[in-house]
Design a protein around this ligand. Structure first.
Ligand code: ADP
Length: 441
């Protein structure tokens, strides 16, 4: 029986291993992590991450051929294939801060693998890391190997959070990069055999190590480029009366970005500005309902979510926030709004939670409660349920004039205007009201 161990039970490792276990009943899969609460959650009914379909997959395999454990060394030692899916945050200090990936976790995982291994292993890099990381890891492993042979593969993950299970069930491609040596080829074939349990042969692409690593980075870079273009365009659209949805359709932007406007740094500032300027240049002590906090729909993940900076911006202007997201807890929101970026990227070094919470913030589990008596609503995540809210009821319970600032273009602006709302949708022609209250930036 082939044994797989995955180091890192996060957004990538957890769902990927659950799907491998489901599709390969003959393989034993252990997902290990140094975080005790995270592993406990994986072993409970309340999984640590939310992904549509994930619960069902985990329930089917957990305890059969899928195990979650904090006994990292034991499972690494026993495994034939070790996936490494640890955090690779961007460095926030030192050389390359803000740009280079922080490989601290990767390196310590590699040293641990070399330390505990007693048999040959295939080590698979599953995190988004700079090109040539695999080679660096290979060096760490071989220089510490005590005669054991390691084959390094790069198998970048293309799943998107929110659709991870669907993406894993039916990937448009699986990329496996390895050394072009007999040993390397054999390792590539072994990993190919795992995916071949459910992925059609022609979708499994094999390349050399560097092509695989670079492909993931290139795909990310192209995506980022398209997002910035659409963002730049949305400001132009507002100024000219064009509609970003129509324009991006005409220039063939990828489907997802056509539907959902991604809020980047530039958009975040514009958005907060728009809120403040529309509401007579002051939001001090006004209640603002924030609908959605996760970085996208169908996930509870708030890393990199624009909601953090938008909320901080609104709080900076002394608004009172009432936040509702179907999957994000109050604890998480309070932590996000109080913690700085460095703590975030290094969750393992986290101090005990500070007792100070943001007093201007309340979190509720209901959109109607969040919007009650509010002056304005900011929609920051494109959850489907926001489309079907009873906006007439919401309007009746709000202060007037009642504003909706739709950061993701999820609501039907025309219908809301008929109810009486003043509506701002990113990249769409402006209401007369908003034209009269020009944003500062
Ligand atoms: P991703 O989104 O790439 O899956 P996450 O941050 O969600 O990243 O998950 C990475 C996980 O890796 C975290 O749960 C962290 O505790 C774990 N981790 C980091 N370093 C190690 C290590 N050396 N051994 C075991 N687990 C680790």
């Amino acid at each position: 029986m082939v044994k797989i161990c995955c180091i890192g039970a996060g957004y990538v490792g957890g769902p990927t291993m659950a799907v491998i276990a489901l599709k390969c009943p003959s393989i034993e899969v252990a997902v290990v992590d140094i975080s005790v609460p995270r592993i406990n959650a994986w072993n409970s009914d309340q999984l640590p991450i939310y992904e549509p379909g994930l619960d069902g997959v985990v329930k089917q395999c957990r305890g059969k051929n899928l195990f979650f454990s904090t006994d990292v060394e034991k499972h690494v030692r026993e495994a034939d294939i070790v996936f490494v899916s640890v955090n690779t945050p961007t460095k926030t200090r030192g050389l390359g801060a803000g740009k280079a990936a922080d490989l601290t976790y990767w390196e310590s995982a590699a040293r641990m693998i070399a330390d505990v291994s007693k048999s040959d292993k295939i080590v698979v890099d599953k995190s988004t890391v700079p090109v040539k990381t695999a080679e660096a890891i290979e060096k760490i492993l071989t220089h510490n190997s005590k005669g054991i042979k390691f084959q390094i593969l790069s198998n970048p993950e293309f799943l998107a959070e929110g659709t991870a299970i669907q993406d894993l069930f039916n990937p448009d491609r699986v990329l496996i990069g390895g050394r072009e040596t007999p040993g390397g080829n054999k390792a590539v074939q072994a990993l190919k055999d795992v995916y071949a349990h459910w992925v059609p042969e022609e979708r499994i692409l094999t390349t050399n190590l560097w092509s695989a690593e670079l492909s993931k980075l290139a795909a990310n870079a192209f995506l980022a480029q398209r997002i910035s273009s659409v963002n730049a365009m949305s400001a132009l659209c507002e100024a000219t009366g064009a509609d970003v949805t129509q324009v991006s359709y005409a220039v063939e932007v990828a489907e997802y970005w056509r539907q959902v406007i991604k809020i980047n740094d530039y958009q975040k500032n514009r958005f907060v500005n728009r809120v403040v300027s529309s509401m007579f240049n002051t939001i001090s002590n006004k209640k603002i309902a924030v609908l959605g906090f996760a970085f996208k729909k169908d996930t509870g993940d708030t890393r990199e979510t624009p909601a953090i900076d938008v909320c901080k911006g609104l709080l900076g202007d002394k608004a009172r926030l009432s936040i509702y997201d179907p999957q994000v807890t109050e604890d998480q929101i309070q932590r996000d709004l109080t913690m700085n970026k460095f703590d975030w990227d290094h969750p393992l070094h986290l101090q005990p939670m500070s007792p100070t919470t943001v007093k201007q913030v309340t979190c509720v589990w209901d959109a109607y409660e969040a919007t009650k008596d509010a002056h304005g609503i900011c929609i920051l995540t494109e959850w489907d349920e926001f489309k079907t809210l009873d906006f007439k009821k919401i309007y009746d319970n709000m202060q007037k004039p009642a504003f909706v600032f739709d950061g993701r273009n999820v609501v039907n602006a025309e219908q809301l205007r008929e109810i009486g709302f003043i509506v701002y949708s990113v990249g769409k022609p402006l209401d007369a009201w908003l034209k009269d209250m020009p944003a500062v930036a």
